[in-house]
Design a protein. Structure first.
Length: 206
């Protein structure tokens, strides 16, 4: 049985991040960030003019973390470590977020076809007034994709909640010739780096 003080808060809607935390035995409670409020989403994930990828992904992660901290305080929850993360795909210095629709997803995959791109995931953990953050970068090489395979993939639901319009843990694994880096980081939460941050916040992993 896990000790009560070994639980964390997760500021994320991502099912993949939940699954990855469960994989390493981390007990968590969700602090869901909302996408639609009268004044817009709680966290602005748009890319600012001139913003480079590592600055972007670090900023969005810290914004998610701050939002989760506000929710914890507003709900008068017990103080525990809070984890937030963000992932972006980068090709030719262009930041690819989540596709808006089928045409957008097809355009993203066409851009990635036959090329190597980077996947950056930033992870941050806060406890009281301390914040620990790290960003992990992996390289992913796609096979050259046919127009038919791109259209077939984008006809399903898989591309639309994922940066770059694909999920390595799903059917898109068929597109990937090589990865260099962290498989779990490409999924959205690099487990080695995440465990190190959580341990700094007093959470035992093993």
């Amino acid at each position: 049985m896990k000790r009560h003080d070994q639980k964390i808060y997760l500021g994320s809607k991502s099912q993949r991040r939940r699954d990855l935390l469960r994989q390493i035995g981390v007990d968590f409670e969700l602090l869901l960030l909302r996408d639609s409020l009268p004044r817009g989403p709680e966290v602005d994930e748009s890319v600012f003019p001139g913003e480079v990828a590592d600055v972007y992904v670090n900023r969005v992660t810290l914004d998610k973390l701050a939002c989760a901290q506000r929710i914890m305080i507003m709900r008068k929850l017990p103080s525990r470590p809070i984890l937030a993360a963000d992932t972006c795909v980068v090709v030719d210095a262009q930041i690819l977020g989540k596709p808006d629709d089928q045409d957008h997803a097809r355009a993203m995959l066409s851009l990635l076809s036959g090329r190597t791109h980077q996947v950056m995931t930033s992870v941050a953990v806060a406890l009281h007034d301390q914040v620990w953050q790290t960003t992990q970068t992996s390289s992913v090489t796609f096979e050259t994709l046919t127009k038919e395979s791109i259209h077939a993939y984008c006809a399903g639901n898989e591309p639309y909640d994922k940066a770059g319009g694909y999920g390595i843990q799903g059917t898109a694994a068929l597109f990937i010739r090589e990865i260099v880096g962290s498989y779990s980081g490409i999924m959205g939460l690099p487990l080695f780096e995440t465990a190190q941050l959580l341990q700094q916040a007093g959470i035992r992993i093993l």
